[in-house]
Design a protein around this ligand. Structure first.
Ligand code: PLP
Ligand code: MN
Length: 435
């Protein structure tokens, strides 16, 4: 019996197909596929306004080939493949059937260069950025050895002072070097173009300020393209960059012909704080949620402690957010009496307080770091004659992550849900720091 129990524990998955959301284990990562699809269709319809610009969704957000396949299908013919940030992500995508991977990041270790070339040797179309000679030469030698071809883009420093060459002249010299190393035979590097990406600009809140900042990136990209043409005699077939906050600006620039947004499909609390041109908040609907359970309640402190701590939600871009609408819609809680949604049904649930759904107030609730395994949900205590309605012990709640990418990276699998029912559980196959 003991070994049976151990085996059952070892096989424990966060959810089984057909499970309702309230019986999914916690903490777990869930994606509402209907919303995920809507975000993809939204990006597609915006990008249909820029027919000469291709879409390469960034797989760093989900690291999951099943979601990548779904994105490519929904984004339509403009979607040419995926971006990856690490060789391990690219390997996960190719294993999952994605045939075109662009590593939008420098790959330096010879061992990783070999693994990347091996993907191309298996038949995948592989491209990568460089900003220095030494890894480029290593890549060219490895490609020759394996008889595989890799497309290479020069990364320029778009202002983030992360990777990338600093001047148009350096970009031209590196492009020329790539082209010198290339050959007509199979087994070589081919100069393809440039990447100019500035992560910091994605979350500039004001759309005018964001546009002005992206214009500087566009100018830098244009200067590099010009220098590569005039000094090296080479044409940039591809000018790629732009994330979920700026992609329209790059797409409209006339300089870029590919965008690489990643977070758009999930959304997060940080992206929800971006203003759009019309003045509305947030371009993307939230499809990604962390499901957590109340593990301790203190009425005196107006606090519910949940089982999502630092190992379940990333706090680098602000805390996760507890929102009423998704929790009520998912049938996890009843709204507090008198709230706008309190007339909706309060069907029973087994996990959430055995029968009657707990009524919870959501106004002004804040998440506070409670350590590795704990999160504190704090209710405002300003109005003592109106005590907040705290969730009862065992209540499950959906949290909107502060930052989607590092949150996803904390989970082995992602529970896919439609209308509150589990429809799939997929491994976060490219998970990890990027070995
Ligand atoms: N491209 C590159 C090079 C990135 O590093 C990132 C994210 O950090 C993205 C695209 C996607 O950005 P986002 O997830 O904000 O859309
Ligand atoms: Mn991110």
């Amino acid at each position: 019996l003991h070994s049976q129990a151990l085996a059952a524990a070892a096989a424990a998955a966060p959810a089984r197909l057909g499970d309702p959301l309230h019986s999914v284990e916690t903490p777990s990562l869930t994606v509402d596929l209907d919303v995920f699809e809507r975000n993809c269709l939204k990006l597609r319809s915006v990008m249909e306004g820029y027919p000469s610009v291709s879409i390469r969704p960034h797989a760093k957000a989900h690291k999951c080939p099943q979601l990548a396949q779904m994105q490519l299908r929904l984004l339509g013919p403009a979607a040419v493949g995926v971006c990856c940030q690490k060789v391990a992500e690219a390997e996960a995508m190719v294993s999952g059937g994605i045939q075109d991977v662009f590593i939008s990041n420098e790959v330096v270790a010879p061992s990783k260069i070999t693994r990347m070339v091996a993907l191309a040797a298996q038949g995948a179309h592989v491209s990568v950025v460089v900003d220095a000679l030494q890894p480029l030469e290593q890549l060219a030698a490895t490609a020759r050895q394996w008889g595989a071809s890799i497309d290479v883009l020069v990364e320029i420093n778009a202002g983030q002072d992360r990777c990338g060459v600093g001047t148009p002249e350096e970009a031209a010299r590196l492009a020329e070097h790539i082209s010198r190393l290339s050959s007509q035979q199979n087994g070589s590097v081919n100069f393809k173009g440039i990447q100019a990406y500035h992560g910091g600009l994605q979350h500039v809140r004001d759309p005018q300020q964001r546009a002005a900042a992206v214009q500087k990136v566009v100018d830098k990209a244009a200067a590099a393209v010009e220098a590569i043409s005039s000094k090296a005699g080479l044409k940039c077939q591809l000018v790629t960059g732009g994330g979920s906050g700026t992609y329209r600006l790059e797409a409209a620039s006339g300089v870029f012909n590919e965008v690489q947004p990643g977070s758009f499909a999930f959304g997060d609390a940080d992206y929800a704080r971006n203003l759009q041109l019309g003045g509305q908040l947030g371009e993307w609907q939230q499809s990604l949620w962390v499901l957590t359970q109340v593990m301790s309640v203190s009425a005196a402190r107006a606090c519910a402690v949940v089982d999502a701590g630092l190992k379940a939600v990333s706090l680098d871009s602000g805390p996760p957010v507890l929102l009423e609408t998704p929790n009520v819609a998912a049938g996890l809680v009843a709204p507090p009496p008198g709230s706008s949604s309190s007339s909706s049904s309060s069907s029973s649930s087994s996990d959430n307080a055995g029968g009657q759904l707990p009524a919870v107030s959501f106004e002004g609730v804040e998440f506070q770091n409670g350590g590795d395994e704990h999160g504190k949900l704090l209710w405002p205590q300003a109005i003592p004659q109106l005590p907040p309605q705290l969730p009862s012990l065992g209540t499950k709640l959906l949290l909107q992550p502060g930052h989607c990418d590092p949150t996803v990276n904390m989970y082995d699998s992602i529970v896919a849900v439609r209308e509150g029912t589990v429809v799939a559980v997929w491994p976060v196959a490219g998970r990890g720091p990027g070995l």
